[in-house]
Design a protein around this ligand. Structure first.
Ligand code: PRT
Ligand code: MG
Length: 223
């Protein structure tokens, strides 16, 4: 049995055309079903539904053989204080699926002079869910920051005075706009990756390779 970890929402939705192109249909709709393990048209392949940020954990520890996770999630995986491994370890990351694309950016209030704040060298208060990536970004620029870890609704932080800036994902930009925030720096482009458990790749080499190859062909065809 091969277990594929997906998260509900855009990753699931964007993974479906790739699965279909690989000849796989998921037999239950996660939006209407309460089941967390979904059978597919291939008797030897099942889908498990987990939180987006839990996908690398499932794959790393073998709860799933492979999974689809955003680069944002992978870069933060295992980087929290006290993490047992150095981060990202124990995962074979073979394929950029080019789905769920967005960018990670720095945003501030419309009336905040980011360039001046950076130039002055004063400490910038930055709220984000992506503390590892944000720390690296500002360290590389030589900008001193106080990072404030949040788990959601980052947009609220500059509006309430909690932070001067946020580091968040942006796709259309309409969330920033609706909250009178502006994007002042683009840190990196983000897309989702297929991650694979290395031990599974050894034990189930043939079927996993075939599936990865089918995904790869589907990505190529979609491009
Ligand atoms: O929701 P949950 O806490 O369970 O987890 P999650 O938020 O990580 O899951 P989900 O499904 O929202 O996102 C899964 C993955 O999709 C992320 O890890 C990204 O790799 C990718 N992705 C692509 C995005 C976006 N686009 C995106 N726009 N993830 C989040 N957003 C959010 C963004 O954080 C902001 O709040 O959408 C808002 C901005 O969108 P625009 O279109 O208004 O700019
Ligand atoms: Mg979300």
């Amino acid at each position: 049995m091969i277990t594929l970890a997906l998260s509900k929402g855009r990753i699931y939705d964007d993974s479906m055309p790739l699965l279909r192109a690989a000849g796989v249909e998921v037999l239950e709709d996660p939006e209407t079903s309460r089941r967390l393990i979904l059978p597919t048209s291939r008797p030897d392949l099942r889908v498990v539904l987990v939180r987006a940020s839990d996908v690398p954990t499932y794959v790393q520890h073998g709860g799933a053989d492979l999974g689809v996770a955003g680069l944002d999630v992978l870069l933060e995986h295992g980087k929290h204080d006290g993490a047992a491994d150095g981060g990202g370890g124990g995962l074979y990351r073979p394929l950029d699926l080019k789905i769920a694309r967005c960018r990670m950016s720095v945003a501030v209030r419309e009336d905040f002079d980011y360039a001046a704040a950076v130039k002055q060298g004063s400490r910038l208060r930055v709220a984000t869910k992506y503390t590892h990536t944000a720390r690296q970004h500002f360290a590389a620029k030589g900008v001193h920051v106080d990072l404030i870890k949040l788990y959601g609704s980052m947009e609220l932080a500059p509006l309430t005075g909690l932070a001067d800036a946020i580091v968040d994902l942006v796709s259309t930009g309409s969330t920033l706009k609706a909250n009178h925030l502006v994007e002042v720096e683009r840190i990196m482009d983000i897309s989702s990756r297929l991650v694979v458990n290395p031990a599974a790749l050894k034990l189930k080499r043939e079927p996993l390779r075939a599936l990865i190859d089918a995904f790869e062909a589907a990505v190529g065809a979609a491009a």
